[in-house]
Ligand binder design. Structure first.
Ligand code: ATP
Length: 512
């Protein structure tokens, strides 16, 4: 556990030290759960967004993009259910004045009991080896049976309390004697619903001002534009609308760096299908999205599906793609079969028809929707944390290397004159002039070349190109590969093809 925490701390400090992510308004001690992307972070984030956009929009004839405004007519959020149902149950500790999500307190308590059971199971597995029968063990070992039944009972009482009566959730917290994790106090207030939307005002004068919300998801901008896009683009069902953009949630428990932020970015696609065909498309998108993640090569073992048993009010099937973050498996992307809930709700609240005339069936209907929704910042964290490695080299020294998928790397190549004289910087500059039209490249002449290699390793730059005295003679340079540290002598004229072959989106997406 301590090791996991160390790894995570390392990720956060590397992100800051190497210009990827800073706390927002740091000169004023920051703003909780809000972050800024710095010079390298903004490139990595942009590359992730583009990798998504190309695979969703550019590669699919029947998916088009959209960039809707963050501010929307307030009735949108009545219709979508966010005004009435986008709540988290919160509880305050009267002594510490700290605020918690009541359901998270109970879940964390239950998880500790589950962990005790898992520990027993692992001990038994080690003891019995190949002969170990887990199924039999968890139903016969008295201690494990007790832990697991307690665990399940707590979770089912929590689920019931969450839907029926929040006072039961408070009673559960008291009965389990759950204490404030920071202070140990058990002096709790009642559990209250807390809406996660940020409110704001439109208009100058106090009287005429209109209450608005900052959008808590990008999806609704797609739904209200469904007919505009379908008609102007002459789209035929099935078709999709994709969008990336900021969303805002007043999260109560905002921890874990950029995993849960109050201002974040989503990459969403709503796919409109014939009623009755939604399950086929739901499975299609589940598989397709997983393949997209796997194409980045971060390791198959780091992903898993979590199929939802308890569904949101708008869904008839839902699954998360979970990723093995430095703090365990957590949701990275959601794939939801949203039925015709949203379009129907907008029809009802707007009084306008949001229907499609299907020329093949010769009938009008409200399409069903399958949604794919991935957090851009969570993608960033997944990619960044998994790529950060400490390696011990053959000579016993260590190096920190950010083994980013090269297609996403902020800088594709660094051009380094071996020394700052003899015309070598000039040659390096001409190489940059040639390459910068196609790739983001950097120039670095400070310090010994070994130090410069290390600096580029820590930034995730896939190639270092060194100009030396031989370059003057025969127009060749050395090209060093980040992951293998192997160096090849190549012609300057070959550089573009070598880099292109390694970083091209096509070559990466073809792995899907
Ligand atoms: P969680 O259960 O973690 O709160 P969610 O189920 O509420 O997430 P969705 O509403 O399905 O999330 O949003 C889709 C995606 O948006 C999530 O899979 C996640 O990647 C991202 N996301 C949601 N909330 C946040 C947040 N506060 N900070 C960063 N990313 C977020």
């Amino acid at each position: 556990m301590a090791k996991q925490e160390d790894i995570f701390k390392n990720v956060v400090s590397h992100a800051k030290e190497y210009g990827f992510i800073f706390p927002s308004s740091e000169v004023y001690d920051g703003l909780s759960a809000v972050y800024d992307y710095a010079q390298n972070g903004v490139e990595l984030k942009k590359n992730i967004r583009e990798y998504w956009w190309k695979s969703m929009v550019q590669m699919n004839e029947n998916i088009v993009g959209l960039d809707a405004a963050i501010l929307m007519h307030p009735t949108t959020w009545k219709a979508s259910g966010h005004v009435d149902a986008f709540n988290d149950p919160l509880i305050d500790n009267k002594d510490s004045k700290k605020r918690y999500r009541a359901d998270v307190l109970v879940e964390e308590f239950a998880e500790k009991i589950n962990q005790k059971a898992q520990k027993e199971i692992e001990k038994a597995r080690a003891r019995f080896g190949d002969a170990f029968n887990e199924e039999e063990f968890v139903t016969t070992n008295a201690r494990v049976v007790e832990y697991l039944s307690k665990y399940k009972e707590i979770l089912s009482r929590l689920a019931k309390g969450m839907t029926d009566d929040l006072q039961d959730v408070k009673a559960l917290i008291e009965e389990l004697e759950i204490a404030d994790p920071e202070t140990g106090s058990r002096n709790w207030t009642d559990v209250k619903q807390f809406n996660l939307m940020f409110g704001t005002k439109l208009g100058a004068s106090a009287d005429s001002a209109m209450d608005l919300y900052l959008r808590p998801e990008t999806a609704q901008g797609i739904f209200v534009n469904f007919l505009n896009v379908q008609k102007s683009g002459r789209m035929k069902v099935p078709f999709g609308i994709a969008q990336t953009g900021k969303a805002f949630r007043n999260e109560i428990v905002a921890r874990q760096f950029i995993f849960r932020m109050r201002e974040f970015e989503q990459m969403e696609m709503q796919f409109f299908v014939r009623p009755g065909e939604e399950m086929k498309w739901y499975h299609h998108w589940k598989e397709t999205r997983l393949k997209w993640h796997l194409s980045l090569g971060l390791g198959k073992e780091n992903y898993r599906f979590h199929d939802h048993e308890k569904l949101a009010h708008y869904a008839n099937a839902a699954a998360d793609i979970e990723f093995n973050f430095p703090f365990g498996f957590k949701e990275l992307e959601g794939i939801h079969s949203r039925t015709d809930f949203d379009l129907k709700a907008h029809e009802q609240f707007s009084g306008k028809k949001l229907q499609y005339f299907d020329p093949e069936l010769n009938e009008n209907y409200v399409p069903y929707v399958v949604e794919t929704s991935v957090g851009l910042d969570r993608m960033f964290l997944a990619v960044f944390a998994t790529s950060l490695k400490e390696e011990t080299l053959e000579d016993g020294s260590t190096r920190t290397v950010l083994k980013l998928p090269s297609v996403l790397a902020p800088t594709k190549a660094a051009i380094l004159p071996l020394v700052k004289k003899d015309g070598l910087p000039d040659i390096a500059r001409t190489i940059i002039e040639d390459l910068k039209w196609d790739f983001t490249v950097a120039y670095d002449e400070k310090d010994a070349v070994g130090r410069r290699y290390r600096r580029q390793d820590a930034l995730g730059t896939p190639f270092c190109i060194t100009v030396d005295h031989q370059t003057i003679e025969d127009q060749t340079v050395t090209i060093r590969h980040r992951d293998t540290m192997k160096q090849d002598r190549v012609k300057i004229s070959e550089l573009k093809d070598i880099i292109e072959n390694e970083v091209s989106t096509k070559n990466w997406l073809m792995k899907m």
